[in-house]
Design a protein around this ligand. Structure first.
Ligand code: AHR
Length: 656
């Protein structure tokens, strides 16, 4: 027990506390100045930002933020597309049939080989022949698939399996399908599929897990308990999909995309449209209809595309996210400097593009609209923009002017209502040959991206509009670090400011399976089981989620060299969306003058901050950097604010 202090002792104690506080304050101030000295800073010059929210000087495009993806980094196969088995069509290489192995329990005996002479369809005219010479109920033989870096399984989940099979004699069956833990050997789900003899037919089954841990370290087995011969093709195991779409997409990745508030999907994007050689172009007609009629094709980023996620699935993906497609049509140039000569040689490709637009937009009385209905989607899809090619500035033959013109004339004749996008400026020969929009791509290191943020400020407003169809700061692997997020945010302020000219933009690449990527910096990372958003992902979600429809008159004076802002006003909700990006590591003092606004407003603030440029999110630490919300008081007239170093702020300031 302590005795109570006398009044004198209390006074002394208070003095000691306040002395201690003063000493602490001085120490902190010294420490701060030492830090500032170490980082080379004497404080950033104050900035004065004057905004007149009542004077709108230019519009903000309603389609500014969108998505671009392609088959790179296992974006679709081994990513968004819900298939869990890898190499479901038994493509072979010198290493054998990749991702498939024989399984021989106990003393069972079996062999496997690719049978080029028998398959379930013209698109898949071959199969895997399993010859079982010894097998019994307790010691079965068959095949095992290791999935995409494991078969990711969740608890209490139903997986839909299917395969095409041809058994010389049905008595080789039934086929036992099992999901097995790699670590423990535990059977996590099991079912038997009875076979019938005769020709090729498709079999379906379901496997439902119980109270298992979420894990990627599993595999699937298909085995039989009797000797005999079994041919298999298109062996599939689908996880549950977004909106339960048959043959659809992985829910968590769809949700991550939805959180970016996109308005469009550029499809099929990037080099994936072109292929390495003319043989590998994105021939959309081979990506529609029953899966067994899709041969798949060699994608340019080193692996095979099943085309399970084909043209209709792209469009349904748009439908599920309530966004519209920006349709890219192959324009006769492939990456290894191969092109199709304009004129007669190009005609089949132009016809393919016309058919493709009809497949997307035609009603069911049209040939390709009817085909889409047959594929399960009678209603046409919305469309406003068609892009002709991808990065045709790489075509050293100089053939793009004529190729673009040939496509543009044909498309404009049949579909005058759509805007055409060129992938590089084209020489004018007639008004018809001029694009409505130009697609510019920018991949830049951190410093270069920051220095580039005024590129469009004085660009002419008389020519085509601009689509930034691919852009990214190259900082951080496999996903951007906080430095990347800061430069990306700075770049977004410039796109918003110039959105009378820049009507659409999409970051690229969007997706990466962290186990198998081909590109350094990508927005969203995942493995089979979980996904995460990079710091830049959160910055982009904030920017797109807080965007007005007009840019008000605004000026800034003073301020540090790496301080950026954008102001947009929502005409419906009367909110000023103010974005402040401090890419310096020192605090930015700021006076904000809101002209015409009176009284005190309560604004919502969304903040992203990190201690270093290198700080980042990872698959194992997915939320290390995330946005935090707070409320701040804002005075009409002028008010003082400070943006800490390495900080992105979005302020929603009500104007009423
Ligand atoms: O996004 C990666 C690649 O970059 C795209 O495929 C291509 O269009 C660009 O060169």
């Amino acid at each position: 027990m302590h005795r109570p202090l006398t009044p004198k002792e209390t006074l002394y104690a208070m003095r000691i506390v306040s002395l201690r506080t003063a000493v602490l304050r001085i120490a902190l101030a010294c420490w701060a100045s030492v830090c500032a000295a170490q980082t080379g800073g004497a404080g950033l010059p104050p900035a004065r930002l004057t905004i007149d929210p009542g004077t709108i000087v230019s519009p903000v495009s309603p389609m500014l933020y969108g998505l671009m993806t392609e088959e790179i980094n296992h974006s679709y196969d081994g990513g968004l597309y819900a298939e869990l088995l890898q190499n479901r069509t038994f493509r072979g290489s010198w290493e054998g049939v990749e991702h498939w192995d024989l399984v021989r329990h106990g003393d069972s005996e079996a062999a496997m080989e690719v049978d080029r002479g028998s398959g379930p369809s013209q698109a898949l005219p071959y199969s895997l022949k399993l010859s079982v010479s010894a097998s019994a109920p307790g010691s079965q033989a068959g095949l095992t698939n290791s999935g995409y870096w494991g078969v990711a399984l969740k608890p209490h989940t139903k997986y839909r399996g299917s395969f095409y099979a041809k058994a010389d004699d049905a008595s080789v069956g039934p086929v036992t399908a099992r999901l097995i833990s790699d670590k423990t050997g535990a059977v996590l789900a099991e079912t038997a599929v009875a076979l019938h003899g005769g020709d090729w037919s498709q079999y379906s089954f379901a496997l439902t897990t119980g109270a298992i841990p979420l894990s990627t370290q599993n595999h699937m087995e298909l085995t039989v308990a009797h000797p005999g011969t079994l041919r298999l093709q298109l062996v599939s195991l689908m996880q549950p999909t977004f909106h339960d779409r048959p043959n659809g997409n992985r829910p968590d990745l769809m949700e991550r995309m939805a959180e970016l508030h996109p308005t469009f999907l550029r499809l099929p994007g990037g080099n994936y449209l072109e292929g390495d050689t003319l043989r590998d172009w994105y021939n959309w007609k081979e990506t529609i209809g029953p899966l067994v009629d899709r041969p798949g094709h060699q994608a340019p980023w080193s692996y095979w595309s099943t085309d399970g996620l084909g043209l209709l699935e792209f469009l349904e993906w748009c439908e599920d996210l309530k966004i519209e497609p920006v349709l890219a049509v192959y324009a006769g140039y492939s990456l290894r400097q191969q092109h199709v000569n304009p004129g007669k040689d190009l005609e089949p490709y132009v016809q393919s593009a016309l058919d493709e637009v009809e497949y997307v937009t035609g009603d069911t009385s049209t040939k390709w609209g009817a085909e889409r209905a047959k594929d399960g989607h009678p209603a046409p899809f919305p469309l406003h923009y068609i892009e002709i090619g991808n990065e045709d500035f790489f075509d050293r033959s100089g053939s793009y002017d004529a190729r673009f013109a040939q496509f543009a004339r044909a498309l404009r004749k049949s579909y005058p209502q759509y805007k055409l996008i060129a992938t590089t400026p084209v020489k004018e020969s007639s008004a018809d040959d001029q694009p409505d929009v130009l697609d510019d791509h920018y991949y830049k290191p951190w410093g270069d991206m920051l220095d580039f943020t005024h590129h469009y400020d004085d660009a002419p407003r008389t020519g085509p509009k601009i689509f930034i169809g691919e852009w990214a700061t190259l900082s951080g692997t496999p996903t951007p670090n906080f430095g990347g997020a800061l430069a990306d945010a700075a770049w977004m302020t410039s796109m918003e400011r110039n959105s009378d000219l820049i009507i659409m933009a999409s970051y690229a690449p969007l997706l990466i399976n962290v186990n198998g990527g081909q590109w350094g910096t990508n927005l969203i990372g995942y493995n089979g089981a979980t996904s995460y958003g990079s710091p830049s992902y959160y910055a982009q979600a904030l920017f797109a989620g807080h965007l007005g429809d007009g840019t008000p008159k605004a000026t800034i004076t003073g301020g540090g060299k790496r301080f950026y802002y954008s102001a947009t006003v929502g005409s419906k909700d009367h909110v000023l969306h103010l974005k402040l990006v401090n890419a310096s590591n020192e605090e930015q003092p700021l006076t904000i003058e809101l002209q015409g606004a009176k009284g005190v407003h309560t604004a919502k603030a969304y903040t992203l901050h990190a201690a270093t440029y290198e700080a980042t999110n990872t698959i194992n630490d997915p939320e290390f950097i995330h946005s935090t919300d707070s409320v701040i008081k804002v005075s009409g007239g002028s008010w003082k604010h400070a943006v800490p170093g390495l900080t992105i702020e979005v302020l929603d300031i009500p104007l009423d």
